[in-house]
Design a protein around this ligand. Sequence first.
Ligand code: OOB
Length: 549
Amino acid sequence: MSAFPSPDAPTWPDEFAERYRAAGHWRGETFGGVLRERAAAHPDRVAIVDPGPERREWTYGELDVRASRMAAGLAARGISPGDRVVVQLPNIAEFVEVVFALFRIGALPVYALPAHRETEIEYFCSFTEAVAYVIPDRHAGFDHLALASKVKARTPSLRHVFVVGSPGGHTALSEVPCDPVDTGHEPAPDDLAFLQLSGGTTGVPKLIPRTHDDYIYSLRGSDEICGVDGDTRFLVVLPAAHNFPMSSPGWLGVLYAGGTVVMCPSPDPATAFALVESERVTMTGLVPPLALVWTEAGPGTAHDLSSLELVLVGGAKYSESAARRLEPALGCRLMQVFGMAEGLVNYTRLDDDHETVVTTQGRPISEDDEIRVVDDADEDVPEGGFGHLLTRGPYTIRGYWRAPEHDARAFTDDGFYRTGDIVRRLPTGHLVVEGRAKDQINRGGEKVAPEELENIILAHPSVHDVCVVGVADAYLGERTLAYVILREGAEALKPAAVKRLVRERGVAAYKIPDLVEFVEAFPQTGIGKVSKKGLRTEALPGPAASAPR
Ligand code: OOB
């Protein structure tokens, strides 16, 4: 019935798939079909508001027609079922149009972040053998056209660059749509729908294959928990390509429920609060540093925030003290969310008592989310004890896209995903995130893989060795610190030169180390390996504040 199981990624064993269907989790819906149904049910309801520079509003009927016309135009240019298309767009209406067009074709969007640069984009395009790349002409002062030309010249599979705005030497996205023709192809519910990016712990990010069935189930579950319905007006504050603003409940969850998605061009309170007021926003999702900024700005604002009912906070640990301040400052409810692009999402509930909401990171969406809390030997720890979180369930992947060697480490033999998070489970089933075992830095919700940075810095001729760790930060939660050992007799380097080196390699700015320190040697563990924990402790005299940037 479908192209899945695909040779590109492991899938759920039949007995699990059957169980998830029998339980009504997987209902055989597809994204393309859902939009068609919503457009038929309420064509005149507003689906998307894009506030700037000139306010645009698309109804469900319009979005459906646009997606079909865009799909037809992309198909006419040779984009076929199963093809990968790297989508790097900011929070604008075209993001939704393009993604639904690709869903209709059965081509897979690969969600890049606006912050990604040459290194990441070239990797996504070449690793996925992408046939097309969708960009804005410029965004946040950056020339995406020039980057696209470079990547296209080096990536043989890449046949098209589609541009929102002036296309330069590429193709304007606005030229693509044409009258739909029946291609005879309908993606199946258990087909892959898109590839999401993992935060990653290795040199290169892994790609996360999600199906229509599994992702739509997570949307339906999220909508129910968050109380999303046709009256919800959701502000997309975080980059729309992130799993959190996409699905928890996110813009896809809100479209699933027939509500209205308002794109926010910038997360700062001045911009966002004005939109909350003018668009009567009821719900949004924030990472903890942003929640802090909003909490500071809320009480003094001249904007009317009274429409705001619920703010979700997640992506990184939200401190209890910050959590206690949000509701009074913004005059709305708080919900904590602890999720991962690989699947499992936990929410506190609207009927949880206040203490649970401010002190836990919630409990899973589904009764079929299996949770294990284990020690280093994969043995279950006693109830209530700390341990590694393993999970398996109806919307948690069974393996990454084309990464069998990594899968062998990231999943147990019986299919549990090793989240890398250290948690404690309360008798109510709520999880408290206590830390992390994986080698990853969580910089205010943006995930940084130390190994990726280490590889870049090591390439410098003066560098003998490097170790990148996260250090506590009152605002971001963590920031990045690169310890560098110089080669004997090598020319001395300044911290700024190390940062420049990383920047010039063309990576997302959030990966540039915040701090660089030159040392003679790294602390060793008992078995002679560099002890990142030792370095973290050494670097942690107490939370150091750093300015938002
Ligand atoms: C979300 O997804 P990812 O894939 O960017 O990152 C997942 C990781 C988790 O494994 C955990 O280490 C961390 O981010 N994390 C949290 C957290 N939420 C995520 N750590 C502590 N407290 C939290 N509340 O970040 C994501 C995906 C969907 C919904 C929400 C977040």
